[in-house]
Design a protein around this ligand. Structure first.
Ligand code: KG4
Ligand code: ZN
Length: 325
């Protein structure tokens, strides 16, 4: 079975072609260069770029896969959540193709697709249930009890900003580009000092599985302003230290909540998903504690699969189609 998948929920125009669970091609046209100018995504700009890039990405993906459009058996596309105008571009292309080809069309949930990114390049049996899954991106931040392949229950979510959004806003406050995660992570890795804990580890109540990142973001901004007021500028050494302290604080908050959820539910399998799951320090924090405490931890095999991409949409569509869901 050949499957064609689209993802245009935010700022990546992504198309993937599968033969069953085998990813034949993945073409993602990034809009980062445009959004760097505004230090964030302007929805109207993103939608226009999707409209301009979608058909080229489709042609590219089919040609790389060596599959003709007429051979496609199933079409899938992210339907929600995301930027409405961005979603609409992918949905229009997918619906038009499915109707023209007279093939089934599957509407895919973006967060569920991030979770299913963990199936890419893995055997089905490698994802074990029940699991606790932390989905952590620029636009969303949740913990789910993942009961079985298509059954999940929300255990906690952010009360304000998502962790990825906090990375992006902190980067913006330091005059760095967009998205903030990779650049902050790079600066943090260059810092040679010890962790001092200058920012608050905001966990809400001790027992809560919800998140709040706006207080942390404000504390970081205040620190940046204080250093600029004192020295007239923020130099690279400051940026490295702030990035390091901030990244460690976010990783501490996220991992604490994930392990708390595992303890509360008595679950032994941990899963990480979403754009922030590309963060090396977060991966290592969770992996190390999992090893110490005997948990089984999985995260996407490639950082490409952590971030928005059509492969995660395609693999979820494959399993849904197979199971008639
Ligand atoms: O899942 P995603 O690609 O898009 C949304 O669904 O939001 O996640 C994008 C987010 C951005 O906020 C970006 O800064 C963050 O993921 N991100 C990272 C890293 N790479 C991307 N955050 C921390 N460390 C990274 N290495
Ligand atoms: Zn996403």
């Amino acid at each position: 079975m050949f499957l064609l998948a689209f993802e245009t929920s935010c700022d990546d125009t992504s198309v993937a072609v599968f033969r069953d669970t085998e990813l034949l091609s993945l073409v993602t046209v990034s809009q980062i260069a445009e959004h760097t100018k505004t230090s964030g995504v302007v929805p109207e700009v993103a939608a226009r770029l999707h409209a301009g890039n979608a058909l080229g990405a489709l042609e590219d993906a089919l040609s790389k896969a060596g599959v003709a459009l007429s051979e496609i058996d199933v079409v899938a596309c992210t339907a929600n959540p995301g930027l409405v105008t961005s979603l609409l571009v992918g949905k229009t292309v997918a619906k038009t193709l499915a109707e023209t080809l007279k093939k089934p069309l599957l509407w895919i949930d973006h967060i569920e697709a991030h979770m299913f990114a963990n199936y890419l390049e893995r055997d089905e049996s490698d994802i074990r249930f029940p699991a606790v899954c932390l989905t952590v991106s620029g636009g969303h931040n949740e913990i789910y009890l993942w009961k079985s392949m298509f059954e999940r229950e929300l255990l906690g979510e952010t009360m304000d900003d998502a962790a990825g959004e906090a990375f992006d806003k902190v980067a913006k406050a330091m005059g760095l580009g967009f998205p903030g995660g990779p650049v902050i992570s790079k600066l943090a890795a260059e810092y040679e000092g010890a962790y001092r804990g200058i920012f608050p580890v905001v966990t809400l109540s001790k027992d809560s599985l919800d998140f709040s990142f706006s207080g942390l973001k404000t504390a970081v901004k205040r620190e940046i302003d204080l250093r600029i007021a004192k020295n007239g500028t923020l130099d690279v050494a400051d940026m490295r230290e702030i990035s390091f302290e901030f990244e460690r604080t976010v990783a501490e908050i996220l991992s604490r909540k994930l392990f708390l959820a595992a303890e509360k539910t008595g679950v032994n399998n941990l899963v990480l998903a979403g754009g922030v799951s590309a963060n090396d320090f977060l991966r290592k924090t969770i992996a190390d504690r999992s090893e110490r405490e005997g948990y089984r931890f999985v995260c996407p095999v490639s950082k490409v699969y952590s971030q928005d991409n059509a492969a995660m949409v395609g693999i979820l569509a494959y399993y849904r189609f197979r199971e008639g869901k």
